[in-house]
Design a protein around this ligand. Structure first.
Ligand SMILES: NC(=O)c1ccc[n+]([C@@H]2O[C@H](COP(=O)([O-])OP(=O)(O)OC[C@H]3O[C@@H](n4cnc5c(N)ncnc54)[C@H](OP(=O)(O)O)[C@@H]3O)[C@@H](O)[C@H]2O)c1
Length: 271
């Protein structure tokens, strides 16, 4: 029998995951959601998924409970479900900055398996990257059940411990914005070089996809791929020389350290 997956919060992220689950063949009868927002419940009904204003029916039936509410309200949501958590339930949080320790504390020091997940926005188009962590050694079947939820909207992998989630946040959580920035600037520069906006956008998008695909499929690293397209005295070398003059590697390094440190600060401040 399939696990019942319950979502507390049925907004953007929950809907992206649910859409993926349904697409991957999961039955809508395996999914339950609670969300006070009537618009959200309407959208979920349109997907054929049962949704409730209150969390009680979800907590009563779900084997896996995905906490998909904004971090600011996590405190009150945890307080509202604390007394209905069953010993066998697996608790999964996708809320940025909310620690497993904080979740356990709010749930009356629950000893349930708790998994913290950092997904990213491309999950909304089924291309997400989620990293999963727990504070205890989990059985393989639990790990597999949780991982499958997030593989429904992209890729998912486990990191060794929760501390790694701050680095994950810096790399893949905030990462889409770095690529948006690069893409935005490449398009703008292409336009400045005389290309039409449509042509510049098409060139940049396919180049980004192609480059990512080559890194994924190739048996050599991105450094070697870069060297292979950089002929001495050629155009690529001219451009890379300018990036290097601005110490691109150091800039990226400092940006990620700033994101990682900020993730740590936000976790400390979270309820
Ligand atoms: N979006 C991302 O790319 C991303 C990436 C990584 C992590 N996350 C995490 O994912 C979580 C959800 O983000 P999201 O973008 O899906 O937010 P969202 O669209 O605002 O969804 C949250 C939903 O929870 C509802 N809600 C409020 N109080 C509730 C309660 N007591 N019980 C049940 N549901 C309640 C909200 O209703 P109202 O609108 O009426 O308040 C809203 O529909 C956040 O914690 C965020 O940190 C998101």
């Amino acid at each position: 029998m399939n696990h019942q997956i319950g979502f507390i919060g049925g907004g953007n992220m929950a809907q992206a995951i649910i859409a993926g689950l349904l697409k991957s063949g999961r039955s809508s009868s395996d999914i339950l959601v609670s969300d006070p927002n009537a618009e959200c419940r309407k959208a979920l009904s349109a997907m054929g998924v049962a949704s409730f204003q209150d969390s009680a029916p979800v907590m009563a039936q779900a084997d896996l409970v995905v906490l998909a509410v904004k971090p600011q309200i996590m405190d009150s949501v945890l307080a509202s479900i604390a007394d209905s958590v069953k010993k066998t339930q697996i608790i999964i949080s996708i809320a940025a900055g909310i620690t497993i320790r904080g979740i356990r504390r709010q749930l009356n020091d629950a000893e349930n398996p708790v998994v913290r997940v950092m997904p990213n926005t491309p999950a909304l188009i089924g291309e997400g990257m989620s990293a999963l962590a727990s504070d205890t050694e989990l059985d393989d079947d639990i790990k597999e059940a949780v991982q499958k939820i997030f593989e429904a909207c992209g890729h998912a992998l486990w990191v060794p411990n929760e501390e790694a989630i701050d680095a994950v946040t810096a790399v893949s959580g905030s990462g889409p914005a770095y690529f948006f920035l690069m893409i935005e600037n490449l398009i703008n520069s292409g336009i400045r070089l005389g290309l039409s906006p449509d042509v510049a956008k098409a060139l940049v998008i396919q180049t980004a996809k192609g480059a990512a695909g080559m890194v994924e499929l190739s048996d050599v690293g991105p450094d070697v791929l870069r060297q292979r397209v950089t002929s001495p005295g050629g155009t690529t070398e001219a451009a890379l020389h300018v990036f290097n003059e601005g110490d691109f590697a150091d800039l990226v390094d400092r940006a990620l350290i700033a994101a990682r440190d900020r993730a740590g600060e936000l976790s400390k401040d979270a309820p």
